[in-house]
Every structure is written in structure tokens, then in C-alpha cells.
Design a binder for this molecule. Structure first.
Ligand code: HEM
Length: 146
């Protein structure tokens, strides 16, 4: 009886799996970079006020910086939805915003290195605001705006 239940669960999972995996495919290169920024940022936000975590916070900031720099060379998927005549400006605006964001990351790195966790916490709040605004401007609608 238990085995039959297990088998049914397994078959159910096999039937459903291709659909649930398919939901997020195909990932753009930018999405892959953003996912890495996303998981590093989740940890960073939790621990940025804690000086004992500064070493790890610097590691997370390095991941964010590296992936933001790679992102600045890419184009958002939304570019295809913008009228052809405006696409070049759209991509240039995106890349400029990403460079501005990297400047902000550098300020957080400097604050953490100076053990100024109060300042670093404030700046991480600005990072979150920047993310929200940038996603509103550059991310395709109907996607989760995480
Ligand atoms: C703390 C800062 C940020 C975090 C945590 C973050 C996180 C994310 C996450 C988790 C996604 C979804 C990826 C997926 O669908 O798998 C995403 C998508 C996206 N993000 Fe960010 N992001 C940040 C900052 C920014 C900034 C500053 C920009 C623009 C200058 C930006 C532009 C985008 C775009 C355009 C997408 C859609 C991907 C595509 O078009 O291919 N993000 N981001």
C-alpha cells in the first residue's frame, strides 16, 4: 500500500515536472546574472547591519558587482518590445543605470571596509529602491519583479 502511494507520487511528479521546469525557460543571459545578484542581495540585506558578518558581506557585494558589470554589457529582453527607433536609447539608458548601480555598490563596499555598518545599511536600502525603479523601467511586464 505504501509502495503504491509512493509510485503514484513519483508518476505524478514525473508528469508535472517538465511543465514546472518549463515555466521559467528559456532564461536570458541577463536573467542568469540577475538571479545571482538576487540571491547574494537577499543574504546581504539580512546581515548588512552586523559588523561580525562584514567579511561575508564583502564577498556578497563582490558577486553583485561582478554580475552587475557583466549585465551592463547585455540588453534587456524588453528591448524587443520598444519601437525600433527608440531601442538604441533604451539600451543606452539601461547600461547607464547599471553603471550608476555599480557606483552605489562601490559606496557600500567602502562603507563596509570602514566598518561603518550604519552607513552601509542605509546604502543597501538605496540599492533596493534602485532595483525597484530599474525593474519598473527595464524589466518586461507580467514577470515577477523580484
Ligand atoms: C539589488 C539589485 C537587484 C536585484 C536583487 C535584482 C534581481 C533581479 C531578479 C531576481 C530578476 C529576475 C530574473 C529571472 O527572471 O530569472 C531580475 C531581472 C531583471 N533585472 Fe534586476 N536586480 C537588481 C538590480 C537591477 C538593476 C539596477 C537593473 C537595471 C539597471 C536591473 C534590470 C533587470 C532586468 C532588465 C531584468 C529582466 C531580465 C531580462 O530582461 O532578460 N536589475 N533582477
Amino acid at each position: 500500500m505504501k509502495i503504491r502511494l509512493l509510485l503514484l507520487t513519483l508518476i505524478g511528479a514525473l508528469v508535472v515536472a517538465p511543465f514546472s521546469f518549463g515555466a521559467d525557460e528559456p532564461e536570458t543571459e541577463l536573467e542568469t546574472k540577475m538571479d545571482k545578484i538576487g540571491s547574494a542581495f537577499r543574504t546581504l540585506r539580512r546581515q548588512i547591519s552586523d559588523p561580525a558578518k562584514n567579511q561575508d558581506s564583502l564577498a556578497k557585494l563582490a558577486v553583485i558587482r561582478e554580475n552587475a558589470q557583466a549585465s551592463a554589457k547585455l540588453e534587456p529582453a524588453k528591448t524587443a518590445e520598444v519601437p525600433a527607433a527608440q531601442q538604441q536609447k533604451f539600451v543606452a539608458d539601461f547600461q547607464a543605470k547599471m553603471k550608476e548601480f555599480i557606483g552605489l555598490v562601490d559606496k557600500v563596499i567602502a562603507a563596509v571596509k570602514a566598518n561603518n555598518n550604519e552607513e552601509a545599511t542605509k546604502l543597501v536600502g538605496v540599492m533596493a529602491d534602485t532595483q525597484k525603479k530599474a525593474h519598473g523601467d527595464f524589466q518586461k511586464k507580467k514577470k515577477k519583479s523580484s
